[in-house]
Design a protein around this ligand. Structure first.
Ligand code: UD1
Length: 422
């Protein structure tokens, strides 16, 4: 098992380039199944979760190869199974996209119930409600979701909760359903828009992605295409927070600034300097700080609100703010597993139901830490970079799932971080 050793207290300085968006990639790769033709996907992040989906699709009969620049060519024409129930599938949340993609293409699918980070109950009732509305028979049996339809037919679907996963999954099945589907109360996250753009690039007709009503004219013939995934909003936000936490000065290249407005606004409220620019090729954001942040309050919300995926990293920053911050986690009921770890470093945080009260302390001190999930791991890395002294972080396989070359990128910014393989 690998772990990180971090000697904290070094200001992050320099420039970092953001990779492709994990959550867009994890939906777009299975969505290739819908066309039945070969697609070339560019700007995919080299992360464990992408490798897992690649392996799942290969095990199903898809032919996948890499071009020299790292793009992925996927030819799904050899897929010869609709049943994917191995451990790999159940270990990964985003495997639920295979349900929408297989049901759309082949009208049948059997998928192990998804796992993923332990941050709450994470039901998939809205996915199932959507597929049923499109005409699928669905049963849950023996730890798997089994779906089958003679024919998929467009429908009006109102989501009871704003769910990224359900919005995308229903979109995938709906492009193969005859007639119009309307998804109301849809999620508006950047990766929902990215998946819709990809589907349209394959010949689908999806309108309204990025608003809370998405209209899909289904039943069109799809074809292969070349598509570049958007930059990762959460990776960018993680580096922005790390820059602020280490009182650093970092230029974050290859970002879409509008995707980062909630985080930029919060950092500025903390007294951090955030500016946007365009170097003629890409947009960038520059984050600099030279003192303790001011305490701020945060409520996680669906996009364009403050993202739940950055709640944990932001808490690592606010742990050393001047004053008390209140952080309300509205999306996942159990996303505070990082708190006892931050407490080991001297943070003063109490939790009552879904709200954490963070009493800012002057500084954190290095400690032996354990990552409990992907973004908790990111939070601990940020806290360790900012802390005085040495920290170790175990269970970094969680971090590998979602951050490309994290330690290399941090080292290039001046961090003292080493990965140790045991
Ligand atoms: C996705 C992201 C995850 C991010 C989250 C919220 C992927 C692979 N993961 O997760 O990184 O933290 O969006 O931005 O893209 N819910 C239901 N029923 C459902 C589906 C969801 O009640 O059928 C609830 C969830 O428990 C949660 C809320 O809706 O409370 C939002 O979940 P959702 O947006 O679906 O998150 P995921 O797609 O799992």
């Amino acid at each position: 098992m690998a772990y990180y050793r971090i000697n904290g207290g070094k200001r992050l300085e320099g420039a970092v380039t953001i990779s492709g968006a994990k959550n867009a990639a994890l939906a777009i790769i299975p969505a290739v199944i819908l066309s039945g033709e070969s697609c070339l996907l560019e700007n995919l992040p080299e992360i464990e979760d992408v490798r897992i989906v690649e392996e799942i699709l290969t095990s199903m009969g898809a032919a996948i190869s890499r071009t020299p620049d790292g793009s992925m060519r996927i030819d799904p024409s050899g897929i010869n199974t609709f049943s994917v129930t191995g451990k790999m599938v159940s270990s990964m949340r985003a495997s639920y996209y295979l349900l929408g993609a297989l049901l759309g293409r082949y009208k049948k699918a059997e998928i192990a119930l998804p796992g993923g980070c332990a941050i709450g109950q994470r039901p998939i009732d809205q996915h199932i409600k959507g597929m049923r509305a499109l005409g699928a028979d669905i049963v849950i049996q023996g730890g798997s979701v089994k779906a089958r339809a003679d024919k998929l037919k467009g429908a009006e679907i109102y989501l009871d909760v704003v769910s990224v996963g359900a919005t995308i999954n229903i979109m995938l099945a709906a492009v193969a359903a005859e007639g119009q589907t309307i998804i109301a109360n849809a999620a508006k996250e950047p990766h929902v828009v990215d998946v819709a753009n990809f589907l349209n690039m394959m010949g689908a007709n999806v309108k309204g992605a990025g608003t809370d009503v998405i209209r899909i004219q289904g039943g069109r013939r799809l074809h292969g295409c070349t598509y570049a995934v958007i930059p990762d909003q959460i990776e960018a936000g993680t580096f922005m927070i790390a820059a602020a936490a280490t009182r650093g000065d970092v230029i974050i290249n290859n970002v879409i600034p509008t995707h980062l407005e909630a985080i930029s606004a919060k950092l500025m409220e903390c007294g951090v300097t955030v500016s946007e620019g365009d170097d003629g090729r890409d947009f960038f954001i520059r984050v600099s700080a030279d003192k303790r942040p001011r305490a701020v309050n945060i409520k996680t919300l669906p996009y364009p609100g403050f993202p739940t995926d950055l709640q944990q990293p932001m808490m690592a920053l606010l742990a050393t703010a001047e004053g008390n911050s209140f952080i309300m986690e509205n999306i996942f009921e159990n996303r505070f597993n990082h708190v006892p770890e931050l407490a080991k470093m001297g943070a003063s945080i109490s939790i009552s139901s879904r709200t954490a009260t963070v009493e800012g302390v002057e500084r954190l001190y290095g400690a032996p830490l354990c990552a409990s999930d992907l973004r908790a791991g990111a939070a601990l890395v940020i806290a360790a970079l900012a802390a005085e002294g040495e920290s170790t972080i175990s269970h970094i396989h969680f971090i590998d799932r979602g951050y490309e070359f994290l330690e290399q990128k941090l080292r290039a910014l001046g961090a003292d971080i080493t990965r140790i393989e045991e």
